[in-house]
Design a protein around this ligand. Structure first.
Ligand SMILES: *Cc1c(COP(=O)(O)O)cnc(C)c1O
Ligand SMILES: [Zn+2]
Length: 410
């Protein structure tokens, strides 16, 4: 049973009744991204604290009352969600935070937060009896769609830009996707996919366009809140590409506030690389979003034309949060700090949120007595090439104990 009241356009505020096929506002076209509106009164009687205490499903579907797609038999799917939240004591000592938590999304089935959206897409495509799902992606949306679809025997056509790291490309091919590498940028891949989806009528997993996907992504916020016993942190730091993830995080906390389960929404810190920072530029210059170059090693957030600007900007604004850009070099340093001090290996986009938080603390945006949660959005093994830039070097020796003793000592 799905408890939605309908859809609302994020641009013109037109409201629509529940309609499975509607993905964007007919009046505003592709830019008219829809927001799903829930019947919180009805959900309130279901999603109680005792529901959570007794629920044995540790996947993201435990939050199904505030989701817009009904999965049916859950064991058909990969197990998405239920990722750990770690208190990171060493990072507090090193960086000066009062309390910092790391949400490790790299342990999802295809090793990124994108699984939360792809699982919804796949469940929705099953309900709509679609034969093929398609998307364009900087990498993770694609590999997660391919994996989640493979599990239920559905075919995928995936458009990726040329720069997609090998780890992600190999995931796609192993999952059996038809992979189209577009010789160009992410925006070229995105445009090709939109045209193809229109022409062949495939199910559209492009995150900004499809309003159900944010409803999957938001489960990360629901999980963080539950893992903290409903006492949410002061801040949550999220790296931003298209803006769907941060919009989802906001929606998750927003839902819990409407349901009276939490008493405030954490401030959201949107983090980008300074090599590709359209949101930060718009925030600093108090202007509309302008397309920028895609010049960062953090491939997952290398998005020059964000596809979900309205929801993302609103999320940060309404939460009372802020935006920050950090350098690629510092992202890599944060990656190493997180790995060597907490045992969490995250890809550059994941490390960006940690670096953003540290710099926000130094700038006084985050106050010394405030608590923060970092979302480590994807696993570092997806992109070992960049990791090796900062990881350091191993020690090479002949197979000789004397040589080893020289290095280790007696
Ligand atoms: C997609 C992605 C992001 C950013 O999400 P958007 O919805 O594009 O803003 C951040 N980190 C990782 C690892 C991702 O795959
Ligand atoms: Zn509209």
């Amino acid at each position: 049973m799905v408890y939605i009241k309908g859809y609302e356009c994020t641009i013109c505020n037109s409201q629509y009744e529940v309609n499975e096929k509607l993905h964007t506002c007919p009046k505003c076209g592709e830019k008219g991204i829809l927001e799903i509106i829930y019947d919180y009164q009805k959900i309130k009687s279901k999603m109680t604290k005792s529901y959570f205490a007794n629920c044995t499903d540790n996947s993201m579907w435990r939050y199904h009352y505030t989701m817009s797609v009904e999965p049916g038999l859950r064991s058909k799917y990969l197990r998405v969600g239920g990722t750990p939240l770690y208190k990171a004591k060493h990072l507090c000592d090193i960086m000066g935070f009062k309390k910092i938590y790391i949400k490790d999304e790299g342990v999802n089935p295809t090793a990124s937060l994108k699984d939360r959206a792809s699982a919804v897409a796949v469940a929705d495509a099953v309900a709509l009896k679609a034969a093929i799902i398609s998307c364009s992606s900087t990498g993770n949306a694609a590999s997660s769609l391919a994996g989640n679809a493979a599990r239920i025997g559905m075919n995928t056509v995936i458009f990726v830009p040329e720069r997609t790291p090998e780890g992600k490309l190999s995931q796609l091919l192993i999952f059996g996707a038809k992979v189209i590498v577009v010789k160009g940028s992410y925006r070229d891949a995105f445009e090709m996919s939109q045209k193809a989806i229109k022409k062949w009528g495939w199910y559209n997993r492009n995150a900004a366009i499809n309003p159900h996907l944010v409803e999957g992504k938001k489960t990360v916020a629901l999980e963080i809140a539950e893992q903290m016993d409903w006492k949410v942190p002061d801040w949550v730091a999220v790296s931003v590409g298209d803006g769907c993830t941060i919009a989802g995080v906001y929606k998750g906390f927003h839902d819990l506030l409407q349901l009276g389960i939490i008493d405030r929404i954490p401030k959201l810190l949107g983090v980008q690389s300074d090599g590709c920072s359209p949101f930060v530029n718009a925030y600093v210059k108090k202007q509309k979003i302008e397309p920028t170059e895609e010049n960062t090693i953090a491939d997952s957030i290398s998005v020059g034309i964000p596809r979900n600007p309205v929801k993302a900007i609103r999320a940060v604004e309404k939460s009372g949060g802020s935006w920050i850009a950090v350098s690629d070099h510092n992202i890599l340093k944060a990656m190493k700090t997180l790995g060597s001090n907490e045992g969490i290996f995250t890809e550059p986009a994941g490390a960006a949120s940690l670096e953003g938080a540290e710099e926000a603390l130094k700038l006084g945006i985050i106050k010394p007595d405030e608590t923060i949660c970092i979302i480590a959005t994807g696993n570092g093994l997806k992109d070992t090439k960049n990791a090796l830039e900062i990881a350091g070097k191993p020690i090479y020796i002949e197979p000789d104990m004397n040589e080893l003793i020289k290095i280790i000592g007696k």
